[in-house]
Design a protein around this ligand. Structure first.
Ligand code: ACO
Length: 370
């Protein structure tokens, strides 16, 4: 047996959803740079699920379905009000999304048609759940989704309880496009493993949320913001980074299993971070981030990943740190569900082996003799 720690370099499936070749990320053959500049998040989700960009009529139908599915069961809202107010937001999200299945009569219908509907439903409901969790934590009543708004607009509307400005909506929409899919990343793999047992799509997405929560994956964007808060000022960047490097501690938001010459999504978020800072008349967070990047890239050769500049982007949008990873999930649920549909379309249970390194030839000893 050859053991490859962390499955590095192992090709575990075929997929026609997204690819990373020579540092270029594509969704269904479209370069992420092209989509980030031109596509809406809804068009991107449609592309991931159905393989091509939607026509106007197809997009209109999708938007109508997303609006119709966006409200969540009252029972789920009532349960969320019982969660401890200071609980980890991703833990709360994982629990709430799992509970949505209890109120969907078609949760266990494994037909392609039913699963496609549930993919759209999960995409529609995840932003409603995140916004409701955020408001409940602050002691506020959740705001119902409004009809006819995009996912980005609706999320900010439900979060803030008022119509968001166009700049914030556009920035969030672009961030959602950039996070939508990423080949066989850890959370997508977790979702595929779960449904490969022929478990349901809610279980798959719940597994994926659990995997995304970790700081080595989606949780890194919150860790980046924590670090920026801890550093506090531009002058404090250098001693902070030097200390981290001397202690051989990881700097969150840097490095990647697949990209060794930089994450193609990072440059878009870096540009957004500068634009938002300039508009608000305070580019401190952007400047601190650039200084950290210069030091880490200069000394370790590590480049920022998608999580690094998204931290300052979301903060400058006025979004609290605890929602960064849930926002990642709002976007990535499109990719997770596309992969789940693909997995179920040509399924085989995913069951690798482990090389045993434990004790051998043990004999049972009665408890009183141990
Ligand atoms: N800071 C400092 N050193 C690092 C960092 C970092 N962020 N990332 C990697 N390194 C170093 C490691 O210490 C290791 O050095 P060594 O060989 O001297 O021991 C070497 O680079 C290789 O790193 P690994 O952790 O083995 O790389 P792996 O491919 O297993 O992990 C990962 C990739 C998890 C992304 C890693 O780079 C990391 O922990 N980064 C910080 C967390 C992060 O930003 N995660 C988000 C990734 S993007 C996403 O999931 C959405």
């Amino acid at each position: 047996m050859t053991v490859t720690k962390g499955l590095e370099g192992i090709v575990a499936t075929t997929s026609s959803i997204s690819s990373i070749v020579d540092g270029v990320l594509t969704y269904r053959g479209f370069d992420i740079d092209d989509l980030a500049e031109n596509a809406s998040f809804e068009e991107t989700a449609y592309l991931l699920w159905f393989g091509s960009l939607p026509t106007s009529a197809e997009l209109e139908t999708l938007n109508r379905d997303l609006s119709a599915f966006a409200p969540i069961p009252e029972q789920v809202i009532e349960q969320m009000k019982l969660y401890p107010k200071d609980t980890n937001t991703m833990a709360a999200l994982r629990t709430a999304i799992s509970s949505l299945a209890l109120y969907d009569d078609d949760a266990d219908d494994m037909s392609r048609e039913a699963n496609e509907i549930k993919a759209v439903k999960l995409q529609a409901q995840l932003p409603t759940v995140v916004a409701a969790l955020a408001r409940i934590r602050k002691g506020l009543e959740p705001v119902a989704p409004k009809e006819g708004a995009s996912i980005a607009e609706n999320f900010l509307y439900m979060l803030w309880g008022k119509q968001p400005d166009i700049v914030s909506v556009k920035a969030l929409d672009a961030a959602l496009v950039l996070h939508a899919d990423h080949e066989l990343n850890a959370s997508t793999f977790a979702g595929r493993v779960t449904v490969a047992t022929l478990s349901d799509i809610y279980s798959g997405v719940t597994s994926a949320i659990g995997a995304l929560k970790g700081p080595l994956h989606g949780g890194a964007n919150e860790a980046v913001m924590k670090m920026l808060e801890e550093i506090g000022s531009l002058d404090a960047v250098e001693p902070f980074v030097r200390g981290k490097l001397e202690r051989r501690e990881k700097i969150m938001g840097f490095g990647h299993r697949v990209y060794k010459n930089g994450d193609p999504r990072a440059k878009h978020l870096m540009k957004m971070s500068l634009e938002l800072g300039t508009m608000k008349g305070d580019t401190t967070l952007y400047e601190m981030s650039v200084k950290i990047e210069d030091l880490i890239t200069g000394q370790k050769g590590l480049k920022p990943n998608v999580d690094f500049y998204s931290a300052s982007v979301y903060t400058q949008l006025g979004i609290e740190r605890e929602l960064f990873t849930p926002i990642f999930a709002i976007s990535r649920v499109s990719g997770w569900t596309a992969h789940i549909l693909e997995q179920l379309g040509d399924n085989r249970i995913i069951r690798p082996r482990a090389e045993y390194t434990g004790l051998v030839e043990q004999k049972y000893v009665p408890i009183e003799q141990r």
